[in-house]
Design a protein. Structure first.
Length: 261
C-alpha cells in the first residue's frame, strides 16, 4: 500500500557545497556579462568569490569585468574604471592557478593600460614562448604594443608581425600600423591599417581610431582625397566620440549627413 504521506521536506536533498554554489554564481555572472549587463555580473561574481576565494575562473572574470569598465566608449571610460582592482583580481587568479594563461595575458593587458610597460613585457614575454597557449596572437599583440609604448619600436614591430599571423586580428594590424607611423615608415603604416580595416568583421570595420589613423597617414603621404574619405568614415561611425569630433574637425567641422528615413 502506498503511503499518502510524502517525504519530509528536504529529505533526499543534498546541500550544495560552497564550491558548487560558487560555480553556479560564476555561470550566472558569465551569462550576464556576455549580455552586456556588467553591473549585475559584478554582483554575482563577488558572491562567487565570497563562496570560494580560490575559484580561478571567477577571479579571472572579475578582472575582466573591471577591465571592461575602463574600455573607452565614444572616447570616454566609465567613472567606474579601476585598473588597480582589475590588476588585483588578475593576480589572484594566477595565484589560484599559475598555469591560467588567459589570466596572464589579461594581466599584461591591464599593466599596459596602467602604463607599467616594463612589468607588462616581463609578464607577456614567457607567454609568447609557451607552446601550450591557445591564443598566442593575443600575447604577441599585447607584448608588441607594450614594447612600442615603451619606445622599443623595432622589437614592437617584430612582435606585432607575429601577432598578425592571425589574419583576423585587426587590432594587431592597427597597432602595427601605428608602430610603422611612429617609425616614419608611412607606406607600411598605410598598408597595415588597410589590412586592419579590410577584415570582414563589424568590429574591425567599425574601428574608428583606425580610420582616423589611416586618414592622417594618407594626408602625410599627400593622398588628400583618400584621406578625406577616411575622415568622413571615421566621423560617421560615431560623430560625438572624441575620434569622431577630431575627424569632423579635420574635415572643416562638417556635420555628418542626416540619417536616411
Amino acid at each position: 500500500m502506498t503511503s499518502a504521506c510524502g517525504p519530509k521536506q528536504g529529505e533526499g536533498l543534498v546541500a550544495q557545497s560552497p564550491e558548487r554554489q560558487s560555480d553556479a554564481e560564476y555561470n550566472v555572472a558569465l551569462d550576464d556579462f556576455s549580455r552586456g549587463n556588467s553591473r549585475e555580473a559584478l554582483d554575482h561574481i563577488r558572491k562567487a568569490i565570497e563562496l570560494n576565494d580560490s575559484n580561478d575562473r571567477a577571479l579571472y572574470l572579475a578582472a575582466g569585468i573591471h577591465l571592461s569598465f575602463c574600455a573607452t566608449v565614444r572616447g570616454f571610460a566609465s567613472p567606474d574604471c579601476n585598473l588597480a582592482e582589475a590588476e588585483r583580481y588578475a593576480r589572484l587568479a594566477l595565484k589560484a592557478n599559475d598555469s591560467y594563461r588567459d589570466a596572464r595575458n589579461m594581466l599584461g593587458q591591464i599593466l599596459i593600460n596602467e602604463k607599467k610597460y616594463g612589468e607588462a613585457i616581463a609578464v607577456l614575454t614567457p607567454l609568447t614562448q609557451d607552446p601550450a597557449y591557445a591564443n598566442p596572437h593575443l600575447a604577441w599583440g599585447n607584448l608588441g604594443w607594450a614594447q612600442v609604448e615603451s619606445g622599443q619600436l623595432d622589437a614592437g614591430i617584430a612582435s606585432l608581425k607575429n601577432a598578425v599571423t592571425n589574419p583576423r586580428f585587426c587590432v594587431g594590424e592597427y597597432h602595427l600600423g601605428m608602430a610603422y607611423e611612429k617609425k616614419g615608415d608611412l607606406p607600411s603604416a598605410e598598408a597595415s591599417l588597410t589590412i586592419a580595416l579590410s577584415v570582414e568583421d563589424p568590429a574591425c570595420k567599425g574601428l574608428q581610431e583606425a580610420w582616423e589613423e589611416r586618414a592622417r597617414v594618407r594626408m602625410r603621404l599627400g593622398k588628400t582625397t583618400d584621406a578625406e574619405s577616411d575622415f568622413e568614415k571615421c566621423r560617421d561611425i560615431a560623430a560625438e566620440s572624441v575620434a569622431g569630433k577630431e575627424c569632423a574637425s579635420a574635415l572643416g567641422g562638417a556635420k555628418p549627413p542626416a540619417p536616411t528615413p
